[in-house]
Design a protein around this ligand. Structure first.
Ligand code: ADP
Ligand code: CIR
Length: 354
């Protein structure tokens, strides 16, 4: 039985937050709430598991998470509306993966002078199929997934070869340093916490990286897996090419990832569905970022500005994280090109204002 009393309480809290701009508040109407509040997914997940974060944090941008892959079916009346709105698509359609021909990319370093771009990072998320997402996962399942992942990671070679470092047993100083250097995640995101993202922390979590920390894998952070390629400077071509190589290697290493027609690769947060790709630069834009039109400028190019310690953090010294916003309804190479065009426009505008 679903505790609809708790669902009602959360829903009231959301409705009372008249200043909330979240997609959850916009799309969880009285009718949809009534239709969904008593339902359970095949994994035992409920509407409460999906909306708790957005109801407790009414300043959320999205406000909803999928408790498990089945949530995208069971709670489709809510999730579909949120997905359409976030990714700006009228239909839930997603092309087959297409990474483009990495030998023939028409871009290289986005900032050859090295004056503006501090670093470049491209990541994708992947979910092991047959497991739920954080709210419904059991401790043993997290550990099992970690073991499977580490087995696959051991097979990587060449530039991608590296070692796995579980969070359990890692010193606080090492964790702090890796986090400050932008390599590691922590448990400080209140949105993810409320969604159950830190249940049984730190069990089953860890990070894999190669010697020079240009290829990394996050295990059981927000998603089961995040593959990350990053380096200092603005060489998007090198960063992207390395990531594509890693995705191909891991796909042929025995792991199989959750995917759905129309939604692409499945992720915990609906904002990441589809390509799951976020390509970002840390870029110095002290002038543009201070203009009143900065947000509108980003919206025009479908890019998003974040602070430099991740989502919901602040900029430091005029440096922002600029990335593609859309991930669904376009291919991987199209998402990269969208980011590239946005970053080029940001650079041109900053130069104009200087
Ligand atoms: P994601 O959605 O990719 O998980 P977050 O906004 O949570 O992104 O950021 C995760 C981490 O990646 C943070 O430590 C952030 O500082 C780091 N990061 C993101 N983009 C870059 C970049 N271009 N260069 C260096 N670090 C980055
Ligand atoms: C929010 O709604 O603001 C948070 N739940 C984060 C949404 C998107 N970010 C993410 O998945 N990391």
């Amino acid at each position: 039985m679903v505790d609809t009393g708790e669902a009602e309480k959360l829903f009231t809290r959301l409705r009372d937050a008249t200043d909330s701009k979240s997609l959850l508040r916009k799309h969880l109407t009285n009718n949809i709430f009534a239709q969904l509040k008593g339902l359970k997914t095949k994994f035992g997940g409920t509407l409460i598991d999906c909306i708790r974060s957005g109801c407790e944090n009414t300043d959320s941008g999205v406000g909803v998470y999928a408790c498990d892959p089945d949530a995208y079916t069971t709670f489709a009346p809510l999730l579909d509306a949120v997905i359409r709105d976030y990714h700006k698509v009228s239909e839930l359609k997603h092309p087959n993966p297409d990474f483009g021909d990495t030998d023939k990319l028409d871009f290289g370093n986005l900032d050859p002078s090295g004056e503006m771009i501090v670093s470049t990072r491209v990541r994708v998320g992947r979910s092991h199929d047959s497991y739920g997402f954080p709210p419904v996962l059991k401790k043993e399942e997290r550990v099992e997934m970690e073991q499977k992942t580490v087995e696959a990671l051991k097979k990587l070679d060449g530039e991608l070869k590296g070692s796995y470092h579980p969070l359990t047993g890692m010193s606080k100083e090492t964790q702090k340093q890796l986090t400050e250097d932008h390599f590691l995640f922590n448990d400080s995101d209140r949105f993810l916490r409320a969604a159950g993202g830190y249940n049984d922390w730190p069990t089953g979590r860890g990070i894999f990286f190669n010697d020079n920390k240009t290829f990394l894998v996050w295990v059981n952070e927000e998603d089961h897996l995040r593959f990350i390629s990053m380096q200092m400077g603005g060489d998007l071509k090198e960063v992207y090419t390395r990531l594509v190589k890693a995705i191909r290697a891991l796909e042929s290493s025995g792991l199989s990832f959750a995917k759905r027609d129309g939604l692409g690769y499945l992720t915990f947060c609906p904002s990441n569905l589809g390509t799951t790709l976020r390509a970002s630069v840390h870029i110095k834009i002290p002038k543009l970022s201070q203009t009143p039109d900065f947000k509108a400028f980003c919206d025009k190019y479908n890019i998003q500005a974040r602070g430099i310690h991740g989502e919901h953090t602040e900029s430091v010294g005029g440096v922002y994280d600029i990335s593609n916003k859309r991930r669904l309804g376009l291919t991987e190479i199209e998402a990269i090109q969208e980011m590239r065009r946005g970053v080029e426009a940001v650079i041109a505008e900053e130069k104009k204002l200087s």
